[in-house]
Each structure stands twice: as structure tokens, then as C-alpha cells.
Design a binder for this molecule. Structure first.
Ligand SMILES: [Zn+2]
Length: 198
């Protein structure tokens, strides 16, 4: 476990990892799980503790489908100026919320809200979570239309990129639809989908 922020997918060549932040979010997360199952892709879900407490059953569905979990803090706060002690308390509270939903959950990763890392990589690593960044963000927090999201995914991927997408924080139906359309388009160009490198 290292405090270095990892942003690479496992394997060489045309491989990418999809990650989904800010859920669980009942309608869009459940639709996304159906899409990922149909395309046989495993992803990482960065969960917000307050969302977990509101929708624990969706976390159980994520785990049952074989995806990996990440800690994305309790309330999606910017931690840039927080002390390590305050960050640790928040990350522990988030993990406890996840484990109330899924008692045996393995929480492998941490991602700071807004990528505002501050002291959080060291804290996360000490708690056994790998800080995971990204190389491609498609701006789906301001939904630009599904066609545009598909274009940004198709044209934006680079070999080994971790890709940041969102299943929570608002209406993410465009993100779900874009994944459903981009995956076959990328596979046709010989891209593969894998979990992160660590
Ligand atoms: Zn976020």
C-alpha cells in the first residue's frame, strides 16, 4: 500500500479502467449495474458515506455484481486544508457506513472529492486504501448530452487510463447511456476493460 496516487489500469496496451463516483444513487447506479453486467465489465465505485446510509441496498447490489469499492468521504467535502486527524475520522466514518451495508466489504481504494487530495493520500494508505486518481475525466458532472459523452470517451482514452465517471451527484442517465454505447465502440477498436493496476 502506497500513498502514491495511482491512475493506471491493469495490463498493457489498449486497456482502460472505469470508475464511478458519488453514488450509490438508486436509479442510475442500478441501471449502470445492468449495463456493466451486459458488457461484462468490472469497475470501481467510489461511494459517499451519506449516500451509502441512504441506499445500503444499492451497495449490496454493487458488491454482489463483483465490483470493487472505494471510499469517497462522508459528505463530499473539499479536504485540502483538513488536518490528517480530521481526514482520518471522516474516512473511518465512511468505511463504517459501508460496512454497515456490507459487513465483509473490502474497501480497496480512496479518492478525494474534487481530486483535492491535501493530506489524504497518506491517511488513506495508512488505513489500507490505495489512493486512486484518473487520467481521463469526461465532464459528466455537467451533462453535455449522451452523444458528446460518447465522443469524449471514444476520443479521450489513452493506453492504461483510469477513467472518471459519475453515477451519483445528480441525474447521471447520460453517463449510463454513454457507457452503454461507448463500450462496444471501443471494443470494436480493440480496447479492453480492466480493474486498476493495484
Ligand atoms: Zn466526487
Amino acid at each position: 500500500m502506497s500513498a502514491d496516487i495511482v491512475d493506471t489500469a491493469r495490463g498493457g496496451g489498449r486497456v482502460v479502467s472505469f470508475t464511478f463516483d458519488d453514488g450509490p444513487n438508486p436509479i442510475d447506479t442500478l441501471r449502470l449495474l445492468t449495463v456493466l453486467r451486459r458488457h461484462r465489465i468490472a469497475a470501481v465505485f467510489f461511494l459517499c458515506g451519506e449516500q451509502v446510509e441512504a441506499h445500503p441496498e444499492v451497495v449490496r447490489r454493487i458488491v454482489a455484481d463483483g465490483h470493487r469499492l472505494g471510499n469517497h468521504s462522508m459528505h463530499h467535502d473539499d479536504m485540502t486544508t483538513w488536518s490528517p486527524e480530521r481526514i482520518e475520522a471522516d474516512l473511518r466514518e465512511t468505511n463504517e457506513a459501508i460496512r454497515r451495508a456490507v459487513p465483509q466489504a473490502r474497501i480497496r481504494y480512496f479518492r478525494a472529492p474534487y481530486g483535492a487530495w491535501g493530506s489524504s493520500p497518506e491517511v488513506a494508505a495508512a488505513l489500507g486504501m490505495q489512493p486512486l486518481g484518473w487520467r481521463l475525466a469526461v465532464g459528466d458532472w455537467e451533462p453535455p448530452g449522451t452523444d458528446e459523452l460518447v465522443r469524449r470517451l471514444r476520443d479521450g482514452v489513452t493506453p492504461g487510463a483510469v477513467v472518471l465517471l459519475h453515477d451519483g451527484g445528480g441525474d447521471r442517465s447520460q453517463s449510463v447511456d454513454a457507457v452503454d454505447r461507448a463500450v462496444p465502440a471501443l471494443r470494436a477498436r480493440r480496447w479492453r476493460f480492466a480493474l486498476p493496476a493495484c
